[in-house]
Design a protein around this ligand. Structure first.
Ligand code: GSH
Length: 219
């Protein structure tokens, strides 16, 4: 078996996949995507012309999209981590929450962060305002869902939590989760305390000066 992850420790989607690898205790090679190593990006582009990361290479085959990487691990390298329930009906709400965190937390968070990298004349004020509004609506909706739950879909840590951890970690930095969302704040704290994600946060800590809006002095 040969597994290599093309990734960067500060990347939210890479952290999503890394949480699953760490939860599962899967051994893998880490191909660091660093600006100092154009060769790594050339390899990434050859594997996945869309140049998004993470990409997992499993015996020469490129597996793309963080969710699919996590599901691939469960199918082809099963271990102690079960990201989705085996029962297809029970799996659906978990997959739905995974989509929720990607589409309505990660995407608007990335929109807000990405705007800081643009030249002033290319900034997208309307798109950023819409992203903030999406985060407001997302926080409000998930606050109710989390009532009485330890993890996103109940008592079992799974795929949706892998998506939620980095999404909420960074979203809170650009659109703070207010005191009116106590369940969501407590859930984010539990995610930060989970050893698999705590490890991701520590591995990413040296890169905080790179956070385009400026990283807050917490977490
Ligand atoms: N839908 C992809 C999104 C991956 C993604 O957006 N990755 C970011 C890093 S967090 C990236 O590749 N950024 C570089 C770019 O967009 O050129 C997934 O789920 O893996």
């Amino acid at each position: 078996m040969s597994l290599t992850l093309f990734a960067h420790p500060f990347s939210s989607y890479c952290q999503k996949a890394l949480i699953a690898l760490y939860e599962n205790g899967t051994a893998f090679g880490y191909r660091l995507l660093s600006a100092d190593d154009p060769g790594a990006f050339a390899e990434l582009t050859a594997l996945w012309p869309l140049r998004k990361f993470p990409v997992l290479v499993d015996d020469g085959r490129a597996i793309v999209e963080a969710t699919i990487i996590i599901e691939h691990l469960a199918l082809h390298h099963p271990g102690r981590f079960r990201p989705v329930p085996e029962d297809a009906r029970a799996a659906l709400p978990v997959r739905m929450l995974d989509r929720f965190f990607d589409n309505y937390v990660m995407t608007p968070m990335q929109k807000i962060v990405g705007d800081f990298i643009r030249r002033p004349e290319a900034r997208d004020a309307q798109g950023v305002a819409e992203a903030h509004a999406t985060l407001d609506a997302a926080y409000r909706w998930i606050e109710g869902v989390l009532a009485g739950r330890r993890w996103a879909s109940g008592e079992v840590f799974g795929l949706a939590d892998c998506a939620a951890a980095p999404a909420l970690f960074y979203a809170d930095w650009v659109h703070e989760i207010g005191a009116e969302f106590p369940n969501l704040r407590a859930y984010r704290s539990r995610l930060l305390a989970r050893p698999s994600f705590a490890r991701c946060v520590e591995e990413a800590r040296p890169y905080r000066p790179l956070f385009p809006p400026g990283a807050p002095d917490r977490d």
